[in-house]
Design a protein. Structure first.
Length: 94
């Protein structure tokens, strides 16, 4: 039987999102979000004066080029599309 989708409130940078994911992916998504948010904080410390969209874009590039990004359950194209969608949503909030 396929996993049912569960709602999940996530935070990327300073934005809250409500997504639906497969229950079997919850741990992976939470770990990925932790890494993403830690990298955002790291880039904020290195590159002062940028806005959140810049930091998220930097993390997107960093994450997409990491070897572990291709070894997760998610396909690289799916990750990039999801992050691109979030980037478009952030642009809409400006």
């Amino acid at each position: 039987m396929a996993d049912s989708l569960i709602p999940l409130n996530i935070v990327i940078g300073d934005r809250n999102y409500r997504i639906k994911i497969s229950s079997s992916d919850e741990e992976t998504v939470r770990k990925t979000l932790k890494v993403i948010n830690e990298k955002i904080l790291e880039f904020r410390g290195k590159f002062a004066g940028k806005d959140m969209q810049d930091y998220i874009s930097m993390v997107l590039i960093w994450y997409a080029t990491q070897p572990q990004a291709t070894t997760t359950r998610f396909q690289s194209e799916e990750v990039l599309e999801a992050l691109s969608k979030l980037d478009r949503q952030l642009k809409d909030f400006e």
